[in-house]
Ligand binder design. Structure first.
Ligand SMILES: [Zn+2]
Length: 386
């Protein structure tokens, strides 16, 4: 069957050993070129038994136009294209002209071939092997870089996959926004991204797991964040050294830096963490230590119905969220002030939990106390993982 089909193919078409072998790619082991050579050799012995002339490899293959001979040249062009980029793993993709793909399909149909492999797949594999031998780099399904090669025009496009770094940040001072805002010189994002861009030589995008207001600090174990480094030139930055640079800012500290996959990024950013806060509550009328403790007792395990706060109504959908306060502890300071330490569901607005936001948050500290209260100062102490 194989020899019969091969003979028909070679009588009708001028095919190189790659293209001949590829018709039977799903059979046996080895490369298509080896397959083609073996089939041609055996076929020619048979033909000589029958007194027929050999069918040698043509000067130019009518299907691939001897494109496989261009592989060494393409490898050098790939090496040139990536010379400023640090990477360990790669993948090769190729774009073949439509008419070649159609001619291949026509031959399969004409000969009833069910064991063939498309030309671009063989080409990607052979080019990848040659590039690996030349550079010592390895192929991977989750590669650092992807080469998209147009074999006939010799154009090479280099896709550099992004790097993701996970970390947690502490914001040690009030008065800096998480992401750049007009009127603010610095932000948590710009302080962190500056150091990352320097270390990896790419454009950096900062994504926090939630955010705090400009006047709120984030302390203790810090808020999780991700930095995406787009088209990095270097992939092996020293994260410890990088953390040291950020921490020297005195405004922002980072900890637990590590490289993560795109899948982990998704998990970090969508997880709704419980949070621990420390709020300084100001009470318009006087407040006693007993009243403060009573408020904390009532808040513990309480469900809060919170309509989108007035101050963020333009940025967020207007709806009512139900969130829970899990823990509350009060510490009386003076007639006008007490501290509240709270553990709440993620997404509960604490300033409004205290003030009541003109009835938009119920119940609130103002409700529970029967006296108007405001949040005078707020810190995020901990962002709690499960
Ligand atoms: Zn060919």
């Amino acid at each position: 069957m194989i020899l019969e089909r091969a003979e028909k193919a070679l009588e009708g078409h001028k095919l190189c050993n790659h293209c001949l072998g590829r018709l039977f790619a799903k059979l046996g082991k080895g490369t298509n070129e080896e397959r083609g050579r073996a089939i041609r050799f055996t076929l020619n012995m048979e033909r000589s038994l029958r007194g027929l002339p050999s069918i040698e490899e043509p000067d130019e293959c009518e299907l691939c136009h001897n494109i496989f001979e261009e592989i060494p040249k393409l490898v050098e062009a790939m090496v040139e294209a990536d010379k400023d980029i640090e990477f360990e793993t790669f993948l090769v993709g190729s774009r073949f002209p439509e008419d070649i793909k159609e001619r291949e399909k026509a031959i399969w149909e004409e000969l009833g071939i069910k064991t063939g492999e498309p030309i671009n797949r063989e080409f990607n594999r052979e080019l990848g092997k040659a590039f690996g031998r030349r550079t010592g780099k390895e192929t991977s399904n989750n590669p650092d870089v992807v080469f998209i090669v147009e074999p006939f025009s010799e154009s090479i496009e280099l896709q550099i996959n992004p790097l993701y770094v996970y970390g947690r940040y502490r914001k040690l001072v009030r008065g800096i926004p998480q992401t750049p805002l007009p009127d603010f010189e610095d932000s948590v994002a710009s302080i962190i991204c500056r150091a990352f861009s320097e270390a990896f030589g790419g454009k950096c995008v900062f994504k926090g797991a939630g955010r705090e207001d400009v006047d709120v600090r984030t302390l203790c174990n810090g808020r999780p964040f991700i930095v995406e480094i787009k088209r990095p030139k270097r992939r092996k930055g020293d994260l410890k050294k990088l953390a040291g640079k950020i921490n020297a800012s005195g405004k922002v500290e980072v900890l637990d830096l590590r490289f993560v996959s795109a899948k982990e990024v998704e998990e970090v950013l969508t997880k709704n963490h419980r949070k621990e806060y420390l709020a300084l509550v100001f009470v318009e009328e006087d407040v006693t230590p007993e009243e403060a403790e009573e408020v904390a007792r009532k808040l513990t395990d309480l469900k809060i119905h919170q309509r989108t706060p007035w101050r963020v109504r333009k940025a967020r959908a207007d709806k009512i969220r139900v969130k829970k306060v899990h823990e509350a502890e009060a510490r009386w300071i003076d007639e006008k002030h007490f501290e509240l330490r709270l553990v709440t569901d993620g997404g509960l607005y604490i300033k409004e939990l205290i003030s009541g936001d003109n009835g938009r948050t119920r119940p609130s500290v103002t409700d529970l106390l029967g006296k108007r209260a405001w949040c005078e100062r707020l810190d995020v102490l901990n962002i709690l993982d499960d």
